[in-house]
Design a protein around this ligand. Structure first.
Ligand SMILES: Cc1cc2nc3c(=O)[nH]c(=O)nc-3n(C[C@H](O)[C@H](O)[C@H](O)COP(=O)(O)OP(=O)(O)OC[C@H]3O[C@@H](n4cnc5c(N)ncnc54)[C@H](O)[C@@H]3O)c2cc1C
Length: 322
């Protein structure tokens, strides 16, 4: 077992964690990033990225994350291939334990563990991810300009995704397994008033149908949850919008989480309920969930952590001088 110590310990190697690392390293904090089971984060699971600023041409998600990691290492970040399985936030330095048995001690801690989309869990869904099946309309809606798309879900996210997709498609179908939505009324009103959205009630997706060759998704096999009958719905894109799982189980009981399990931060900052612990990216954001917003809050977390250390050190010096 080895103990690694740092002024800034970062959990997660997605855009939030790596941006925090770049800013932390440049502030002289010698950050350590524990990468977790998905080095590079969610963007490594996608291909074309067209909305990350700085690139006129389409770039690939895995390439973007390789570049971020290379930049973080270049300015002095240490990357660790490990996953955190235990935390003690009761005193500083914070003490975290890795799956490897190694211990990580950080004067500050930046949580950037992300949030994973929930999926329906059917085989064809897994096979069709990136070939017509997505969990992010903001990310992929642009690729379905003028095409037929379906959104699956019944909460705020599903209704918002359907409305967002009307910017690109004039044929949006929202499929819900019940006969009413959980979404807020104002969103429902906007949805029902939209001429390009059709709702199919009491239906669940049983299969995402592959057209073969390079066709990708061509249709959905829907089962009526009341009658059990099946029908085929022709679509080019299917957006699963049934919620997200923030990766915060590790922190339950150690710092404040909201009702959906996201880390609570003070508005306008990345400060959590524990002094010296900061959260950035999707793990504290249930609204935007984009690489650029994750990177932006990663920068904020590093600056907040640097200021926290500077203030704490100044207070210690002042106390010693008394
Ligand atoms: C298929 C797909 C396509 C997308 N396309 C786009 C797009 O085109 N444009 C865009 O802006 N956004 C896109 N997104 C959204 C974007 O990827 C996320 O908003 C962004 O990655 C969030 O960054 P993050 O750093 O907060 O978390 P993540 O990228 O989710 O990274 C979380 C990190 O935490 C680590 N981790 C988790 N638990 C632990 C632990 N216990 N110990 C240590 N590490 C841990 C993981 O290994 C991972 O490295 C897409 C998402 C998906 C899934």
């Amino acid at each position: 077992m080895t103990t690694h110590t740092t002024r800034m310990l970062i959990l997660g190697s997605g855009p939030a964690g790596l941006s925090a690392a770049i800013y932390g390293a440049r502030a002289g904090m010698k950050p350590i990033v524990v990468q977790g089971i998905q080095p590079g984060g969610q963007l490594t699971t996608t291909t074309d990225v067209e909305n990350y600023p700085g690139f006129k041409d389409v770039i690939q998600g895995p390439w973007l994350m390789e570049q971020m990691q290379a930049q973080a290492e270049h300015v002095g970040t240490t990357m660790m291939w490990d996953t955190i399985v235990g935390v003690d936030l009761t005193r500083r330095p914070f003490r975290l334990t890795g799956d490897s048995g190694d211990v990580y001690e950080g004067d500050t801690l930046v949580i950037a563990t992300g949030a994973q989309a929930k999926w329906l869990g059917i085989d064809s869904e897994e096979a069709m991810k990136g070939k017509g099946v997505s969990a992010c309309a903001t990310c992929d809606g642009f690729f379905y300009r003028g095409k037929k798309v379906a959104v699956i879900g019944g909460g705020n996210t599903a209704v918002e995704e359907a409305l967002y997709l009307t910017n690109h498609s004039d044929d949006v179908t929202l499929i819900h397994r019940r006969d009413s939505f959980r979404a807020e009324k104002i969103l429902q009103d906007r949805l029902f008033a939209h001429p390009n959205v059709t709702v199919i009630w009491n239906a669940e997706v049983r299969e995402f149908i592959d057209g073969g060759g390079n066709a990708g998704l061509v249709a959905l096999d829907l089962r009526d949850t009341v009658t059990g009958e099946h029908r085929r719905l022709e679509v080019d894109g299917g957006f699963v919008a049934i919620g997200h799982h923030p990766a915060t189980e590790l922190f339950r009981g150690h710092l404040d989480l909201d009702a959906d399990g996201y880390v609570k931060v003070e508005i306008g900052s990345t400060r959590t309920s524990v002094d010296g612990v900061f959260a950035c990216g999707d793990v504290q954001d249930k609204i935007y969930r984009q690489a650029v917003t994750a990177a932006g809050t990663g920068c904020m977390a590093a600056l907040d952590a640097e200021r926290f250390i500077a203030t704490a050190e100044f207070a210690e010096l002042a106390e010693a001088a008394e």
